[in-house]
Design a protein around this ligand. Structure first.
Ligand code: GDP
Ligand code: MN
Length: 389
């Protein structure tokens, strides 16, 4: 789960991470008042779940309270397009109004899980304020990586090492060490999958402050962070994925035109691979799960078909725990209910496969049967190319 910058900063402050002073608002009038209270100057920042807001026109400096009003009026309600939002952009509902910073230096900090070594890793770079992917591409040695133990936490000697590597000395170094320790503690204790400070600002006075903050959380751990779960903003998520999550379906929307209904994550991934291999492109990942009932299958089918890009559906089921007849009845009900006019290819194997095939035959629907995955992928791609049933 992702949260907004202002929410990430709220969480980080609880752990002692320094952030600029400020408040979030959905009113330009209030943006003016907040700026007055901050001493007359501020930065007005669009709150969306995507980076690159600065370049996209979502971060504006205000030299007076009236300017803050004008910026807020322009930003709130705008469809903000950044390199992370896709061409359609995201609608801005709120802005964070913060005290304008006196930036001497912009650095980069990030913590994420290194799955290869099974540990969180603190990443730091002198090149802050820009896209870290670009830095990594141009000069991988410009990013320092310091893995640490999740149970013991980031150790003070590690924080000192990273602070030196960032070129921080004297009082600034002394402030950077507790900052790094607090960030690492926040990452571990809130079950983050990513905590990123870009830029980490060194002020003219040598203070160390999180100018931006991004935190993503492990969905499987949210049950123990109900306060963080409250921060979920459904408007920032894909509507079809939100709908799928209501039925406990593992659905992820993709850009292709072949909808996929599969049981098991591994089979779902190989189905996407084989669609690509056959020259097509999957519209989604969907694992209906091992113990799905007819109702879930019906909803899964409805969700797949409500994606306007979908021009054909491949149903690939291996009945182990899941029974083929349940899948078949769910599909038939959904298709009858929605009135599907695009081709549907079905590959069924395993438990109750004959019953499943019989249900499909008896339904009178024009489903195309397939033998094996390769055959199924080739048939759906040919059918999509031809168009219609
Ligand atoms: P992002 O573009 O979505 O990553 O948003 P950021 O919060 O990182 O802001 C983008 C850039 O705006 C930063 O790298 C800074 O250079 C600049 N910026 C943000 N806040 C301030 C501020 O208070 N003062 C000044 N001068 N620049 C700021
Ligand atoms: Mn940033």
């Amino acid at each position: 789960m992702k949260v907004h910058e202002y929410q990430a900063k709220e969480i980080l402050r609880r752990y002692g991470v320094a952030t600029p002073q400020g408040h979030v608002t959905d009113s330009p009038e209030e943006a003016r008042q907040i700026t007055k209270d901050l001493g007359g100057k501020s930065v007005v920042k669009a709150q969306i779940h995507a980076g690159g807001r600065g370049k996209g026109g979502g971060v504006k400096l205000a030299k007076t309270p009236d300017e803050a009003f004008e910026h807020a009026q322009k930003i709130i309600g705008m469809q903000l397009v950044t390199h992370q939002t896709g061409p359609e952009g995201r609608k801005v509902k709120k802005v964070l109004v913060e005290a304008a910073a006196d930036i001497a230096q912009e650095l980069y900090l990030g913590i994420t899980l290194d799955r290869a070594i099974g540990k969180p890793v603190l990443m730091a770079s002198k090149f802050g304020g820009m896209e870290i992917e670009e830095v990594a591409h141009k000069d991988p040695t410009a990013i320092l990586k310091e893995p640490f133990d999740a149970i013991a936490g980031l150790q003070p000697f590690q924080a000192r090492k990273v602070a030196y590597a960032l070129g921080l000395t004297g009082e600034t170094h002394k402030k950077a060490v507790p900052f790094l320790l607090a960030l690492a503690k926040a990452y571990v204790e809130t079950d983050c999958s990513l905590a990123e400070i870009n830029p980490l600002m060194i002020t003219g006075q040598g203070d160390v402050v999180a100018l931006d903050a991004k935190m993503n959380f492990d969905d499987n751990a949210l049950f123990r962070h109900l306060d963080i779960k409250e921060y979920r903003d459904l408007d920032e998520e894909d509507p079809l994925e939100v709908e799928a999550s209501k039925f406990n379906l593992n659905y992820i929307k993709l850009d292709g035109n072949v909808g996929c209904m599969v049981n098991g994550a591994g089979l779902a991934m190989s189905t996407m691979d084989i669609i690509q291999y056959a020259g097509g492109s999957p519209a989604n990942f969907l694992d209906v799960g091992g113990g799905a009932n007819e109702e879930q299958v019906r909803n899964a089918m409805r969700i797949i078909l409500s994606d306007p890009n979908v021009k054909g559906v491949l149903i690939n089921i291996f009945g182990g725990i899941m029974r083929c007849d349940i899948i078949a009845s769910g599909v038939v009900k959904a298709v009858k209910e929605i009135g599907c006019t695009i081709p549907v290819v079905v590959r069924l194997e395993g438990t109750n496969v004959e019953e499943g095939k019989q249900i499909l035959r008896d339904s009178g629907l024009a489903v195309i049967p397939a033998d094996g995955m390769k055959d199924a992928a080739e048939k759906i791609i040919a059918a999509v190319a031809k168009g219609g049933n």
